[in-house]
Design a protein around this ligand. Sequence first.
Ligand SMILES: [Zn+2]
Length: 385
Amino acid sequence: MSTRNLSILRAARVMSMVPGQEPIRDAAIVHDGRFIVQIGPWTELRARFRGPVEDLGGATLCPGVFNSHTHLEMCHLLGKTVRGQGFTSWIKSLVANPMYDMDDAEVAAQCRRIRRLGTAHVADISTKQAPRIAGVLDESGLFFVAFREMIFFSPPPDEQDFVPDGEFANGVLSCAGHAPYSTHPETLRRAKRACAARGLPHSIHLAENEEESRILMGERIEFVEVLERANIPMTGFRPPRVSPVAYALDLGLLDPDTLAVHCVTVSDEDIDILRRTGTNVCLCPRSNDYIGEGRAPWEKLRAAGVNLCLGTDGLASNHDLDVWNELAFLKERFVDELSLEDGLALLTRNPARAFRAENRLGTLEPGKAARWSVVPENVLALFEA
Ligand SMILES: [Zn+2]
């Protein structure tokens, strides 16, 4: 037997999220602080392993959860934007703030808070300070992908300049495109190619709202004037006159290493493109609601077999960074059947697949990282009412 210092965690129920594996009742997880050594029934593991016991009583445990989309750079904007008035009003109120005055102490406090809530992995998007965010995330002990976001219509940089340099213990730097309506098509293409060349995940906001679809169809709506007033002329943009998803497909952005965020205004054809290309989709239900954009066709996306994840988006369009609140919001409004296992998949094994983090996260199994979450009582109550 190992001579490592082992500890034993006991809980009423453990959902390993290994496909096909039933929840373990009166369960134990044996770990060495970094890795899971064994998982199984309490009586069996108590007889086989020695070590201090932490008893979580009636708790239900699942793998450490993912927040698949946020903007930590904007933590200082909590409560500073308008709610429920649509995207154009929201953007106006956003750009009226000092958007990039990142508050490192607040970002670190938010990271500590979500780690206490069982978050194990964060996918963060930042425009100006991805290496700085990566440093804070690394310090907090969260696993992460810190995306540097490419935005605007300025001439596209060379491909080698997209992903910033930096070595971190718990995560990687990568690169994201902002959105089809805000970013030069060649920049979007090169950003994806830079990620692909390095085997990195890629991300883009896609099909978030009606405004985006209308701009792509060539309409000159108020939103375009807002962009111009914010000094974002759309140089180099020729309206493709197709949907955002079809445009992203044409640009070569969609594959199993891309996370398309929002996908609110997707048609059945768009959903089929996402399915065929194996593109991962991150739903941000409370952010869409906060801004007043409606909601994605969650049920259709799931029925099509798209790999779905959940993210809070940033504090400029949400109340907190707690993905448990995101899942509760979704469950309360989900029209089709959604089991607890289905719901937890959005926070565990689905994003682990999307971010290629399955070697250490996504399920509770020997050899994976010693990260788990207690499923909150209010979430259990919604699923098991
Ligand atoms: Zn976002």
